[in-house]
Ligand binder design. Structure first.
Ligand code: SRM
Ligand code: SF4
Length: 574
């Protein structure tokens, strides 16, 4: 392992987070003591930085901020806990555990995320340890769900080609395991040093891949299985595209340098799509991922966090530099990329029979929020299903859920529970809503500038009639919203996107590729609902009247000159 950026001398330019990581003794910091402090429901900022590596963020209920401030009370501090499982695959017991934890310690809801993880919101500091212990008892984990490390490895949940899912999922799990931090801190702090599966030895604790300061920034890997690009492979730092021939996984095409985040008004920051650099065999993929991560570890910008993602390392130094450096570290060369074709980046809903003869049901979950509402007992319905379901649950990258591997024998009973609780495969919604995603934003996200999850459904209520009027209710159009430009619902890859600027105000973007292969472009800045509807209405009418056969909305707005085509983030602001 090289000693450069990874162990960069304290004198090298670095952000304060680098100091916190370096002096944390492999992510310990003062977390142990902080959690025991009963005087405040909060934790100090330094510990909060480290908490992220353990899967949790301190937040406060922003709906209550002003009122508590007036009453001179400290903010309503609470914690978000992210629970990850590679490819979003969990068992019924694990589902039931999440359901129970959300009721006992959280706000009673479960959030399925855009990276196939779970989030619990509203946990109190005093309950974090017990919650994390129970998560680990059920063989799930929260470590590396956040922080400057490799995050949850995404993988297509593929209900159709079951044997391909098995193979691809196995590699996603392998990558996830291999890139997990090795520090014992997690076990010491949350599990009282208890062994859960296997405890790494002392030497391993020295983080052979990450080193003592971990990565300059988060790192993300996703595995797509064409024709579905549901994991938005081009948004990943490292994207893998499964190449399947004669029903067998041959290997992966490799993309590098994707990412969605940017800052309003700072054109040095931009969303970017990953670049295709070649093909590797399945047994080479772990080596490839490790070496890619170490290049980012050694060359990523540790001084300016906004500029620290892998996409900037690649754009600054050039793709040829990266391929040379990778080849040097690997000691072998990538083959030429193989042909592939993506058709869409959404989910396909309802029952399908997999090639293994088992059944899979993809449910539409609006913005990933699992809760009971009057007349729609989604959470209860899923709990009842989990009690009898012997297959798996697969979280999708579009915040939906697959009830997977159902035997023909069990299908009838599960279908009855689906009907009884009014669970939906989306058939009762428009195609626009089925293709929609919104990030969490208010009230829990500390970075939100505008509403997202709580607002998009009502905005869709107003856009849907426009589509109905022109006969496009069943038109698949990818629409996404985020409460700020960090891009958590990958809006830069949507055909229509709204990115929050201020309460009630959004930048509107158009022209992303239907298969998630092209970036969108700014169309209107800082507009409210009335202007959004006024802007969209004529474009929708124009689309209905002038589209070519099979033409997608994103392609149409480019052909018709509403926005320019953006194939690289370097052209996003121009
Ligand atoms: Fe995200 C930060 C929620 C996927 C880019 N993201 C956050 C935080 C933790 C806010 C914070 O730092 O205080 C949000 C917590 C909100 C809350 O109250 O729950 C948050 N991100 C989410 C989730 C839950 C959105 C969702 O609605 O599902 C997703 C959880 C994923 C997971 O399970 O691991 C989520 N975030 C993403 C994605 C999409 C993806 O990974 O496929 C992106 C864009 C892809 C990328 O990383 O480039 C994304 N989140 C960010 C960024 C911008 C990073 C950057 O490059 O600048 C931030 C801010 C940061 O890191 O400083 C952020
Ligand atoms: Fe929060 Fe912004 Fe991410 Fe939405 S996009 S969850 S507002 S950080």
């Amino acid at each position: 392992m090289s000693d450069n950026n990874l162990l960069s001398p304290n004198s090298a330019p670095h952000s304060d987070v680098e100091d916190i990581k370096r002096s944390s003794n492999y992510l310990r910091g003062n977390l142990q003591e902080t959690l025991e402090d009963r005087i405040t429901a909060s934790i100090p900022e330094d510990d909060n930085r480290l908490m992220k590596f353990h899967g949790s963020y301190m937040q406060d209920d922003r709906d209550l901020r002003n009122e508590r401030n007036k009453q001179k009370l400290e903010p309503a501090y609470q914690f978000m806990l992210r629970v990850r499982a590679a490819g979003g695959v969990v068992t019924s017991d694990q589902w039931l555990m999440m359901d129970s934890l959300s009721d006992r310690y959280g706000n009673g809801t479960i959030r399925l995320t855009t990276r196939q993880s779970f989030q619990l919101h509203g946990l109190l500091k005093w309950n974090l340890k017990q919650t994390i212990k129970e998560v680990n008892d059920s063989l799930l984990t929260t470590i590396a769900a956040c922080g400057d490390v490799n995050r949850n490895v995404m993988c297509n949940p593929n209900p159709y080609q079951s044997e391909i899912h098995e193979q691809v999922y196995a590699w996603a799990s392998e990558l996830s395991k291999h890139l997990e931090p090795r520090t014992l801190a997690y076990h010491e702090i949350w599990l009282d040093g208890e062994k859960v599966e296997s405890t790494p030895s002392k030497e391993q604790e020295q983080e052979p891949i990450y080193g003592s300061v971990y990565l300059p920034r988060k790192f993300k890997i996703g595995v797509a299985v064409p024709p579905s690009n549901d994991v938005d492979v081009y948004s990943q730092d490292l994207g893998l595209i499964a190449i399947v021939e004669d029903g067998k996984l041959q290997g992966f095409n490799v993309t590098v340098g994707g990412g969605m985040g940017m800052t309003h008004g700072d054109t040095n920051t931009y969303p970017q799509v990953g670049q295709l650099i070649g093909f590797c065999r399945p047994e080479q993929v772990v080596d490839l991922a490790e070496k890619t991560v170490t290049i980012q570890r050694d060359y990523g910008d540790r001084a300016v966090r906004k500029h620290a993602r892998f996409k900037y390392t690649i754009d600054d130094r050039g793709i040829d530099w990266f391929i040379d450096e990778l080849t040097k570290r690997l000691g072998w060369t990538l083959e030429d990329a193989r042909p592939y074709h993506f058709e869409h980046n959404g989910d396909r809903y309802g029952w399908v029979k997999g090639s293994d003869g088992k059944w899979h049901y993809t449910l539409f979950i609006q913005n990933g929020r699992i809760k009971d509402e009057e007349g729609y007992l989604l959470k209860t319905g899923l709990k009842e299903i989990a009690k009898i379901h012997q297959g798996d649950f697969r979280l999708t990258a579009n915040q939906n859920l697959v009830i997977g591997s159902v035997t023909s024998h069990k299908k009838k009973k599960i279908n009855e529970l689906i009907q009884q609780h009014g669970l939906s495969d989306g058939a009762n919604y428009t195609a626009l809503r089925r293709n929609s995603m919104a990030c969490v934003a208010f009230p829990t996200c500390g970075l939100a500038m505008a509403e997202s999850e709580r607002y998009l459904p009502s905005l869709l209520d107003k856009i849907e009639p426009m589509l109905q009027e022109v006969g496009l209710a069943e038109e698949d159009i990818v629409i996404r919203m985020t409460g700020c430009p960090n891009g958590c619902a990958r809006p830069a890859l949507a055909e229509i996107a709204f990115i929050g600027k201020a309460p009630g105000k959004y930048n509107m973007y158009l022209g992303g590729g239907f298969a998630g292969d092209r970036l969108s472009k700014l169309f209107q800045e800082n507009i409210g609902e009335a202007e959004i509807l006024d802007s969209l209405s004529p474009i929708i009418k124009h689309f209905a009247a002038d589209r070519r056969t099979g033409e997608h909305f994103g392609d149409f707005v480019i052909r018709s000159g509403y926005v320019k085509e953006v194939r690289s983030g370097l052209d996003f602001h121009t």
